[in-house]
Design a protein around this ligand. Structure first.
Ligand code: TPP
Ligand code: MG
Length: 623
């Protein structure tokens, strides 16, 4: 059938399905887009002509719509996503940050930036960046390092292999991330006789590959010989739907389980083997056991520096690693025994080989004692009764207690991801959604919208700092347009408190991290004597202006009332609450590497440098 390239692409995307364990679902749930001359008459025309093929969703910012697609895909365990179409130039490059965030988190998103004329006839087109020495480069080449697949469709028939290749990458559990098809605006409108079979319903099978049996035997031997084994559950446990087998294995063997940010929720918080978060933002229970573990079994984790505490978390000199990961690049990390395979099927195989074996009663006791001590610490931090302004940990406690067990908490940047990693009591394996691979300020509301679209039956609580809110809050409008209710808790501490705290811990004075008028030549310092006047900013009013139902909570009591009232309101709610900027949750026997100036005329910086060097001495290479 003769169709334009854009019409063919829309028809093709509508025919793509995935299937895992016999369950089939449509892969591309719809298409987000903002139109301009680079896509209006191409993809835009195709979407308008056949609206039944792919539902169009209007967004307010191109970066945000990629986050929405990623939030949706993460909530759907990577088995479905959205396409995102943009104009050329700024509309396209606005998606670069979203692409990087998706790729880092191994989340599929399909990006369709418009591109300059393939004909080059009316060159330079509005918004074309000219590269005098290269005719074949456009701003869209900026997607190459942040995506897992990139092609520029310069002839209509080229779409056939490129669309197939993009789908293969998007549905590959090992390779997935952003797939980018850059679409020159003229080619989008050019017609070709596409083969009918290109539009046939296509079901991409998601397999559950297993490592070699000999490697499984070696892993089981290592586990049986271990005295202090520890499982680190990453995002792969959740995406592979391996939480039940993990629970079984942890219960039977007594191996305690610590979680990364993406893996939090792998076990419910009250499971006797659940230690909670591990690493730089980990719990005391998890970090103590990590420090002495003789065998670490990483499942579906990429071992970021937050997980390994910049390679200081594992201090046992004989520590070994067994890594279950569908991506070879991850299963080989830290010199581990690489079990390259699907998390669920590989854990099932290991569980079968460990029947009858458990850790010692003594080790089980140590771990359960640490776990219950940690639970008491969480209760303490949930109930600090800090005055005059409450502490952030009390806000998290109130949201935890007053949200339904199936509710999803969404966060991404600032001080809250670390506090949530330590303190959030997960009750449902899909209830914790923190983007901490790229930790993108601005992901929260946009990503939360994707989470809500993925499962409208769940309450979605978006935890957003004032800094992130100011960077990207406009998708409140989209959530109202789509009747996708979010409960947004806007935690206001007048600026970048996480970075202010980091700055103070490194011997500076919170430079540039507080929202205040300039005073005495300094801007945004927390230092005594540089305390400028408050800015006349009212974020609650801003949220009202965007159409949200707003509550202004002046205390934890008022927050609790607002949370209860919010449940009965149908449109997006924003609850604004001010918290004490300096009352932060401590770190628990962990560290995160941030370099400190080697020389400085400031004594506190020199002291921080000394501490830094002492901490570096604890670094292990694990090769
Ligand atoms: C897009 C982006 N820019 C900069 C940063 C670095 N950064 C991390 S947290 C943070 C401050 C966040 O402020 P806010 O949202 O108010 O949270 P708070 O730290 O106050 O809890 C900054 C600037 C980032 N993660 N993302
Ligand atoms: Mg803040």
């Amino acid at each position: 059938m003769r169709q334009t390239m854009a019409q063919a692409l829309v028809r093709f995307l509508a025919s793509q399905y995935v299937e895992r364990d016999g369950v089939e679902q449509r892969f591309v749930a719809g298409c987000f887009g903002i139109f301009g001359h680079g896509n209006l008459t191409g993809i835009g025309q195709a979407l308008a002509q056949n609206p039944e093929l792919l539902t169009y969703y209007q967004a307010r910012n191109e970066q945000a719509m990629v986050h929405t697609a990623a939030g949706f895909a993460k909530a759907r365990n990577r088995l479905a996503t959205f396409a995102c179409t943009t104009s050329i130039g700024p509309g396209a490059t606005n998606m670069v940050t979203g692409a990087a965030a998706a790729t880092i988190n191994r989340i599929p998103v399909l990006l369709l930036p418009g591109d300059v004329f393939a004909s080059r006839a009316s060159e330079p087109v509005l918004q074309q960046l000219e590269t005098p020495a290269r005719g074949d480069i456009s701003v869209n080449d900026a997607f190459i390092p942040v995506s897992r697949y990139f092609d520029r469709i310069v002839r209509p028939e080229q779409l056939v292999p490129a669309a197939m290749a993009a789908m293969r990458v998007l549905t590959s559990q090992a390779e997935t991330g952003a797939a980018v098809l850059a679409l020159p605006q003229d080619v989008q409108t050019e017609a070709f006789d596409y083969p009918e079979s290109f539009f046939d319903k296509r079901v991409w099978h998601i397999s559950r590959p297993l490592p070699d049996a000999s490697l499984l035997e070696r892993a089981a031997d290592l586990i049986r010989a271990a005295k202090r084994p520890l499982i680190i559950a990453g995002g792969g446990v959740i995406y592979a739907e391996a939480t039940e087998v993990l629970k079984l294995l942890a219960g039977r063997s007594g191996i305690p389980v610590a979680e990364t940010q993406a893996g939090k929720g792998s076990l419910p918080f009250d499971h006797p083997g659940a230690l909670g978060g591990v690493g730089a933002t980990g719990t005391l229970a998890a970090n103590r056991l990590a420090a002495n573990a003789d065998l670490v079994i990483g499942v579906g984790t990429r071992y970021s520096d937050f997980t390994t505490a910049s390679r200081t978390a594992f201090q046992n000199t004989g520590v070994r690693f067994v890594n279950i990961n569908v991506a070879e690049a991850d299963s080989h990390k830290l010199g581990g025994l690489a079990l390259t395979g699907d998390a669920r099927s590989t854990l099932e195989e290991l569980d079968a080989r460990l029947v009858g074996w458990t850790v010692s009663a003594e080790y089980r006791e140590v771990s359960e004692k640490l776990r219950s001590e940690w639970d008491r610490e969480v209760t303490r931090l949930y109930n600090l009764e800090h005055t005059p302004l409450p502490a952030q940990s009390e806000v998290l406690g109130a949201v935890n207690e007053l949200s339904e067990p199936r509710a999803v908490i969404v966060c991404a940047a600032g001080s809250m991801p670390g506090d949530l990693h330590k303190l959030w009591r997960t009750r449902d394996h899909k209830g914790y959604h923190v983007e901490y691979g790229y930790s993108t300020m601005g992901y929260e509301i946009a990503g939360g919208l994707g989470v809500k679209l993925a499962d409208p039956s769940r309450e979605v609580y978006v935890m957003v700092g004032d800094g992130s809110y100011l960077m990207m809050s406009q998708e409140i409008v989209t959530s109202i347009q789509e009747h996708a209710k979010l409960t947004i808790v806007l935690v206001d501490n007048e600026g970048f408190s996480s970075i202010g705290g980091l700055s103070r811990s490194k011997g500076d004075e919170g430079f540039g991290t507080r929202y205040r008028y300039r005073s005495g030549g300094s801007l945004g310092d927390d230092a005594a004597g540089s305390d400028g006047e408050r800015l006349p900013v009212d974020l609650a009013r801003n949220a009202e202006g965007l159409g949200a139902h707003v509550f202004r909570a002046r205390s934890i009591e008022e927050l609790r009332d607002a949370l209860v009232s919010a449940r009965k309101i149908e449109r997006t709610v924003v609850i604004h609450i001010a918290v004490d900027r300096y009352e932060s949750v401590p770190s628990y026997e962990s560290w995160w590497e941030v370099p400190v100036a080697e020389v400085s005329d400031r004594a506190p910086v020199r002291k921080a440098r000394e501490e830094h060097e002492r901490a570096l001495a604890r670094r292990r290479w694990h090769v």
